[in-house]
Design a protein. Structure first.
Ligand code: KG4
Ligand code: ZN
Length: 347
């Protein structure tokens, strides 16, 4: 019997539904929520409402694209945690209802595990154990993946996530949310060495991005003259605005360069500490063209085998939930109808 799973992802502002058969993704349909752009960040209540509007049409589209019907399914999977509680609840309630109505098993999936396992969707796949740097809007982690269901976090951010560093920088530059992809775009035409931002000295494999954000704030307030907090240095708002307008590609390229070096220097350290040379990246920020290129180059230099999920499986998507559910199915890790969403969750 082929294992056929319908999977839901609704942890933040993407409503995504995927179908997989025997670990192969047949469809992965995602509806983005444009409603948040005007607010400069995700508004939780609006996100929940948009999920409720999108979930049925997106499910229908995913099923149609896969060529399967509800009757063909063997299991329903859903992101259980972590995420925005109202958003998660929409997916969880919908998935539970379907599992109950179809009388098939339910599988709860951890969103961060799923980001890592997105690397098992396409060939070539990493062999175990592999390292994964997961960089998203809410998390920055380095994990050792011993098997699809055994993951060990060996480093994580102590404050902001890498995606937040991108998004908060974009906000300071007056760019709309989510700013990560826009910084990526501007950075392509900029000089990454024009401006220099500090690299935090955090021991071990943990990350910190809040100091970088502060130094960018003062750099902009001082119209590029200094990163030091001294109100007497501050330029007029008009001067700052002009400075940003005239130097946007170089500012974006320089900030992006620093974020990437912070990430990759820790990843190099992790490979040295663990001796593991199968290395992956995952999460929304792994869609960044500068990070993808620098990661491949670092891999060549240090003799790693490198893996990056296809673009559609980097940002939030149900394909990664489906593949994780497939491995949980193989190990008999099912949930019952008491499954609840959780905003925060330990591994
Ligand atoms: O994994 P994800 O879709 O959602 C979370 O689980 O948080 O990641 C979203 C994050 C946002 O911060 C977004 O700005 C960032 O990924 N992102 C990017 C790019 N595409 C998405 N950051 C930099 N460059 C990109 N191309
Ligand atoms: Zn995510």
């Amino acid at each position: 019997m082929k294992i056929k799973i319908l999977a839901f992802e609704s942890s933040c502002d993407e409503t995504s539904v995927a179908v997989c058969a025997e670990g192969k993704i047949l469809s992965n349909v995602t509806a983005n929520q444009k409603v948040h752009e005007q607010y400069g960040g995700v508004v939780p209540e609006l996100a929940s409402r948009a999920h409720m509007q999108h979930i049925i049409p997106v499910t229908e589209a995913a099923l149609k694209k896969s060529g399967l019907t509800l009757k063909d399914l063997n299991a329903i999977a859903v992101t259980q945690s972590p995420g925005l509680i109202g958003s998660l609840l929409v997916g969880v309630q919908f998935a539970k209802s379907l599992a109950l109505a179809l009388n098939i098993p339910l599988i709860g999936v951890h969103h961060m595990q799923a980001h890592v396992l997105a690397n098992l969707i396409d060939d070539p796949k990493p062999s175990f154990p592999f390292l994964c740097l997961t960089v998203s809007g809410g998390h920055t982690q380095i994990v050792i993946c011993h098997s699809p269901t055994q993951l060990e976090v060996i480093g994580e951010t102590i404050d902001d996530a890498a995606g937040e560093a991108f998004d908060k920088t974009a906000k300071l530059l007056g760019l709309p949310y989510p700013g990560g992809p826009l910084i990526d775009q501007y950075a392509r035409n900029g000089n990454p060495h024009r401006f220099s931002f500090p690299e935090p000295q955090i021991p071990g494999l943990n990350f910190s991005f809040s100091g970088l954000k502060t130094s960018i704030l003062y750099f902009l307030k001082n119209a590029g003259k200094s990163q030091i907090y001294k109100p007497e240095y501050f330029a007029t708002p008009k001067k700052t605005e002009n400075f940003i307008q005239q130097n946007l590609p170089d500012i974006c390229a320089s900030v992006q360069h620093r974020i990437i070096t912070i990430l990759l220097n820790k990843l190099i350290k992790a490979t040295e500490q663990t001796g593991i040379k199968e290395v992956c990246i995952a999460g929304g920020v792994s869609a960044n063209s500068g990070l993808r290129k620098a990661f491949e180059e670092t891999g060549k230099k240090y003799n790693w085998n490198t893996y990056i999920p296809a673009f559609q499986y980097c940002t939030d998507n149900a394909g990664m939930i489906a593949i994780t559910a497939y491995y949980k199915y193989l190990e008999g890790q099912f949930a019952d109808l008491s499954l609840t969403a959780s905003a925060r969750a330990e591994w």
